[in-house]
Design a protein around this ligand. Structure first.
Ligand code: SF4
Length: 223
């Protein structure tokens, strides 16, 4: 049976509570072999170190953890989380793969990373100025019809950052699909600082928060 954790409404979930319960589609109860195989993967030294630091960083995003019972008190924005994780991993050179629509924000990020002691290499999506016609796009399929329009080149972004031997790459606003290609071709591990949402100020979860009110149409097929 396929896993459907997103539909699980149990309070005593077996994945969260010792001795808890799970529904018939529960992967904790029914995909034990896959979970065990996955856990073995963390035995590899490099994966172990990476995952360990990620989990230490996760906890360090909360304060007053000595107070019991604990009530979550997060204190760090994601950009700080990224800096601290990169420091923990001993990374020196960070890559920024950014969307041309967030050029100013990429500049601010570069300033922040440099202030924290990192060397930064940044590459815009339009790097190379390759025309969209290379992908077979017609005038009607472009944003600006009847004139030159460079394609987004996530593979070139990944290659240029690999050539610079970045230790860790940070995505800033790459489009859906372009980000997928960047993940596929990036040599260094990646994280996302900004998930592009042209309408919602790069806060895509706002549409999910409002599907019972202003974005009800998203739950109808075809929108
Ligand atoms: S792992 Fe099982 S208990 Fe946990 S959310 Fe998924 S279905 Fe629910």
């Amino acid at each position: 049976m396929k896993a459907q954790c997103a539909e699980c409404r149990l309070k005593d979930r077996v994945c969260r509570v010792e001795g808890g319960r799970g529904p018939e589609y529960c992967p904790t109860l029914h995909k034990g072999d896959l979970v065990r195989e996955a856990v073995e993967e963390y035995g590899k030294p490099d994966i172990h170190a990476f995952a360990r630091m990620a989990s230490i960083q996760e906890a360090e995003c909360y304060v007053e953890r000595e107070i019991q019972p604990y009530v979550m008190h997060p204190v760090k924005p994601r950009v700080q989380e990224i800096c601290e994780f990169a420091q923990k991993m001993g990374y020196r050179r960070l890559g920024i793969a950014f969307c041309a629509g967030l050029h100013a924000e990429a500049g601010v990020l570069e300033e922040i990373l440099e202030a924290q002691g990192f060397e930064v290499v940044s590459v815009v999506c339009k790097v190379g100025g390759t025309p969209k016609e290379v992908l077979g796009l017609t005038e009607e399929e472009k944003i600006y019809r009847g004139r030159f329009e460079p394609m987004c080149s996530p593979i070139a972004q990944a290659r240029i950052l690999a050539d610079a031997e970045t230790d860790f790459n940070i995505l800033v606003g790459l489009c859906v699909g372009h980000d997928s290609l960047f993940f596929k071709y990036s040599q260094a591990p990646c994280t996302v600082l900004v998930a592009k949402d042209r309408l919602l100020g790069h806060n895509p979860v706002a549409a999910l928060y409002t599907t019972n009110t202003y974005y009800q149409r998203l739950k109808r097929k075809g929108f």
